[in-house]
Design a protein around this ligand. Structure first.
Ligand code: CP3
Length: 319
């Protein structure tokens, strides 16, 4: 999940001097932001500071992070001609060279004591931003295009799938121990369309990279699809905070590990509430091996530092 961000004063200080995109594109700054949470908290893993929207950027559709929060794309993909104009997947290696560069530095800095995670968006989630032209509550246009113009949709998904495979391979070659696929907008897709809109493209990625490194698959809002997500062969499923983690985990194959799923909003409360709720979650997983403790979605700007400390200390001390 996102573990860097505005809840950290040292992150806000860097953001006074650099834009979000600048920090993503400058390996030394991306390394610094990645390490900020690790200097404060006894975390087991670092997730590279970057963004899923580097893929549209590499294909010719730049993004920016708005000062008031939220994501804007420079334009929206209007039609089939715009999809054809996107750069080929081979552009990823050159355009996104800053990402493996940052990972190589991190690998050296972290040694073998901490896991290093790479990541990317699912083709569906990337298409949501590209077809909408920015953030949205419902990404209606992506769903409209899926139903109105399937050839255009499929062409876009093929490009995004190929680009993502290149991107994940480059991250693994640069030292990532595992990669996480974020299908953050899985939850807006009707269940009956999930296979064609998202899952089949994710499966292609898992098939292409799964032998090189473990894949952690997060399909937010699609917890009813957990058996289908496990059937992709991803060895780890990340679960959002809407499901009972223990019950969900026990219904999955014993060989599928789970990651999650504390509600990030709890980090806005108090250390004793956080410790209590973290223990409750850990207890619910006691009889089920294969749990990576995590939040059920990214950390919020309102998270309090003493609460993040209480969370990490509780998890580390749990026996
Ligand atoms: O901790 C880390 O830095 C991990 C790296 C990371 C970021 N984004 C950096 C980031 C990861 C794994 C992401 C993934 C990402 N980016 C997703 C998928 C995960 C998810 O949250 O569902 C998505 C959908 C994006 C696109 C994006 N980038 C959004 C929706 C936002 C938040 C916009 C807002 O209004 O807060 C971002 C910004 C972003 N990406 C931040 C970070 C640390 C926050 C930037 C800030 O607060 O200044």
């Amino acid at each position: 999940m996102r573990q860097a961000g505005r809840y950290l004063p040292e992150y806000r200080a860097l953001k006074q001097k650099h834009t979000f995109v600048e920090m993503v594109r400058t390996p030394d700054l991306a390394v610094e932001v990645t390490l900020q949470p690790l200097r404060r908290f006894a975390l087991d893993a670092a997730i590279l500071f970057s963004d899923i929207l580097v893929i549209p950027e590499a294909l010719g559709q730049p993004y920016r992070f708005k000062e008031e929060g939220g994501i804007a794309m420079e334009f929206r993909l209007e039609d089939a001609a715009a999809v054809e104009r996107l750069a080929p997947a081979s552009a990823v290696r050159e355009k996104l060279a800053y990402m493996p560069a940052a990972l190589r530095i991190l690998r050296r800095e972290l040694g073998d004591t901490k896991a290093l995670l790479g990541f990317g968006g699912s083709p569906w989630t990337l298409a949501c931003y590209m077809l909408e032209g920015g953030g949205s509550d419902d990404f209606a246009r992506a769903k409209e295009v899926f139903h109105r113009d399937r050839p255009l949709f499929d062409r876009l998904m093929e490009k995004l799938t190929d680009a993502s495979i290149e991107h994940f391979r480059a991250q693994i070659e640069a030292g990532a121990d595992a990669v996480q696929i974020f299908d953050s907008w899985a939850g807006i897709v009707p269940a009956i369309d999930y296979e064609a809109a998202s899952l089949k493209w994710i499966r292609r990625i898992v098939d292409a990279i799964g032998r090189r490194a473990p894949v952690i698959l997060f399909a937010r809002g699609a917890m009813a699809a957990l058996p289908a997500l496990a059937a992709t062969g991803a060895p780890v499923l990340a679960l959002d905070w809407t499901v009972d983690l223990g019950a969900a985990a026990r219904a999955l194959p014993a060989t599928t590990a789970v990651q999650g799923n504390l509600d990030p909003v709890l980090l806005n409360t108090t250390p004793d509430v956080v410790a209590r709720e973290a223990r409750r979650l850990l207890e619910s997983m006691r009889s089920r091996p294969g749990h990576i403790f995590n939040l059920g979605h990214g950390i919020l700007p309102q998270a309090k530092i003493e609460n993040v400390s209480a969370l990490v200390d509780t998890v580390v001390a749990f026996a």
